[in-house]
Design a protein around this ligand. Structure first.
Ligand code: GAL
Ligand code: ZN
Length: 665
């Protein structure tokens, strides 16, 4: 079954027995089949140190099982009881400015603290022993949205030992970090302090290594939780990740997890100046990142059926938006749609957060829309297990972004990384292709087109892999501000993008930062190889490449670099490469990829899609499932070629705003 349901926290109304009956009646009515429980229940489970009371959870799971509702069972480490930090203050975090925190909120434990690790291990094992074979439970939901960092003495010590394991000696570290600058030579690993606003915040290599350590330590903490639940249970494990979260490199989590899940809260109707085409694309790009982590279906673990309460505006979802957002996740590889949350909280910080059920007890618009969505998910059951297999990949690397955004220059007012990435992505999607958004370590062999947008850091070995991808016949597209530094944020000597000047037929020379709002214009070279004829705008950052054997496609139209190439093409062995030296407007990427598809005989999923209509394809079990979705805000008449195949969802030939058609081919 497609999982359908969400986070359920009934310990909040533990005294009111009628609520559970009422909720279950409504769950059945909406077709709910799965809930995630126990996420924030620790103080109920262990009211005093060492005294476990699982009675409420046990009767809840029994009841859910009787009702045919499955459970993602959470480990409760996301929020701890008060007694724990009162008795063991070491579990409290220390902030980067070295202030020690006091009890409050959630997601705030020291992930190094042996005490916290031990308390979590004990309760996780106890839960696993008690419920690891419970018939209602289908998966482990490990903790909740791991994140943040701790600078306590325990973490400092762990950081030192971790560094020690990574370098031959302290002088090796000093050299790689370029510590001769400002006379910052360290004489031992123990003398290194984590980055701080009251100390060292301007050593890029230190900042980068600290972030890597935070990821390492969090994964290590998670692995201990996984080991604890595995003691008595072999159910699949996941942890819920967040949108574009830069506190951790999520790629490092993937190997420990059986399936990927993430929490998605797009600002429909208000984000990107209310342009839902951009919201939809931005969101899809995130789904594609999580799917590509394992090249397998993922689970949309949280999403909001109504309005959130923490965004600038609690903007209600217009008719159809909840369904469109949910089916967008499915179109991109989710085998389920789960919400935060099943029922409105009565009090507390999230009491105004949207939910499937409210406290009125009445039939609501949300319930009606959820019922329809439930029926559509049931109709999509054969899609389960299939996956998107795009011909295009886009590399997105959190480590590179840490380094790029942590550096001073070339544009401290904003590099517009995600905006640039989204333009590339939209160009692929509007040309009718699906895309994988991949880490630099991902295998490239399935792709015809590989895009490297603003990949500032090339980790060891990447340039060679990009070279062979192109040499073997791939189409490589590299944009500005790529291949500049190594893993320690030191500039590569010689020509850059590092290792690619032969492949691209040029080198990066100068880079110009433009004012906010300022634009240059590009002029097509007559008879250029891509057949581009329009003038496009470019902005934010403009590189001036020194071109050797590449063919200019577009030239800058203004400024002192007027007439110099901004887009080039270069044949390299069996493949071809393109260099895009500035942040180009959205239309350019549409025209670029449409031309590449045409010239290289690549078969798109759908042709001639109007802006805001997206096509995706899930493949498997000898079938292809085509999803067409309309985020354009207008009715779209679909041509007969698009309507081909057995219809699973949708009627007629007009795709209305926020509607989804699904075909089996
Ligand atoms: C998520 C979190 C949930 C809830 C939700 C509200 O980030 O995991 O527990 O707080 O946000 O949108
Ligand atoms: Zn700590």
């Amino acid at each position: 079954m497609m999982l359908f349901g969400g986070d359920y926290n009934p310990e909040q109304w533990i005294d009111d027995k009628n609520v559970l009956d009422e909720d279950i009646r409504r769950f059945h009515e909406m077709g709910i089949n799965t809930v995630s429980v126990n996420i924030f229940s620790w103080s109920f489970l262990e009211p005093e140190e060492g005294r476990y009371d699982f009675s409420f959870l046990s009767s809840l799971l029994d009841r859910l099982y009787e009702e045919g509702i499955s459970v993602n069972l959470a480990t409760p480490s996301g929020a701890r009881p008060k007694w724990l930090s009162d008795k063991y203050p070491e579990v409290l975090r220390v902030r980067e400015d070295r202030t020690k925190m006091i009890f409050g909120e959630r997601h705030n434990h020291c992930y190094t603290s042996p005490v916290y690790r031990e308390k979590v291990r004990l309760i996780d094992e106890a839960l696993s022993k008690e419920f690891g074979h419970h018939k209602a439970v289908i998966a482990w939901h490990i903790s909740n949205e791991y994140g943040g960092e701790c600078h306590c003495p325990l973490c400092q010590e762990a950081f030192h030992r971790w560094l020690e394991g990574r370098y031959d000696s302290i002088s090796d570290l000093n050299r790689k970090w370029n510590n001769a600058f400002w006379s910052h030579i360290y004489d031992s690993f123990d003398s290194i302090d984590s980055p701080s606003s009251i100390g060292e915040s301007k050593n890029p290599a230190l900042s980068l290594e600290w972030k890597r350590f935070v990821t390492h330590q969090t994964v290590d903490f998670m692995n201990e939780e996984i080991k604890a639940v595995r003691k008595y249970s072999d159910l699949p494990v996941t942890t819920n990740m967040m949108y574009d979260y830069l506190g951790l490199d999520y790629q490092a989590f993937s190997d420990s997890l059986d399936f990927i899940s993430w929490d998605n809260y797009p600002a429909w109707g208000t984000g990107f100046d209310g342009d839902d085409v951009l919201v939809a694309a931005d969101n899809a790009m995130e789904h594609d990142y999580y799917r590509a982590m394992k090249d397998k279906p993922f689970i949309l673990m949280e999403s909001c059926p109504e309005a959130t309460n923490w965004q600038p505006l609690s903007h209600l979802k217009r008719h159809g938006v909840m369904e469109a957002a949910s089916l967008e996740a499915v179109a991109h590889g989710s085998d389920g749609v789960l919400f935060f949350q099943m029922r409105h909280g009565r009090g507390g910080y999230e009491k105004f957060h949207g939910a499937l059920l409210d406290s009125s007890g009445c039939e609501t618009r949300t319930i009606r829309e959820a019922r329809t969505l439930g029926n559509k998910l049931t109709a999509l059951k054969d899609v389960i297990g299939t996956v998107n297999k795009p011909v295009a990949g886009i590399i997105r690397d959190t480590e590179s972004r840490w380094a790029m955004e942590g550096s001073a220059g070339p544009r401290n007012k904003g590099l517009h990384y995600r905006d640039n990435l989204r333009r590339v992505y939209l160009g692929l999607r509007s040309s009718g292709l699906d895309a994988d958004v991949i880490g630099p370590e991902h295998d490239f062999s399935a792709y015809r087109i590989l895009v490297v947008p603003m990949l500032y850091m090339f980790r060891a070995g990447l340039a060679e892999r990009l070279e062979s991808f192109t040499a073997d016949g791939g189409i490589l597209v590299v944009t500005h501000w790529s291949g500049v530094v190594d893993e320690y944020d030191s500039i590569y000597p010689g020509k850059t993008p590092y290792g690619l000047s032969e492949v691209l037929g040029l080198r990066r020379a100068e880079i110009d930062a433009l004012q906010d709002g300022a634009e240059n214009v590009t002029i097509p070279v007559a008879g250029n190889g891509l057949g581009l004829r329009k003038n496009y705008t470019c902005s934010v950052l403009s590189e001036i490449p020194e071109v050797y054997s590449a063919e200019p496609i577009l030239l800058y139209g203004n400024d002192f670099y007027k007439g110099l190439p901004v887009v080039t093409e270069h044949d390299y062995k069996k493949g071809r490469s393109y260099y895009i030296a500035s942040m180009m407007e959205e239309d350019f990427y549409h025209d670029l990829f449409s031309s590449l598809i045409e010239k290289n005989g690549i078969e798109p999923i759908a042709k001639a899609l109007p802006r805001g209509v997206f096509a995706s394809e899930r493949i498997g079990n000898g079938k292809r499932y085509i999803f067409l979705q309309n985020f354009s805000g207008n009715d779209v008449l679909l041509s007969s070629s698009l309507l081909n195949g057995k219809r699973i969802i949708g009627d007629g030939d007009i795709l209305k705003p926020y509607d989804t058609f699904v075909f089996e081919r």
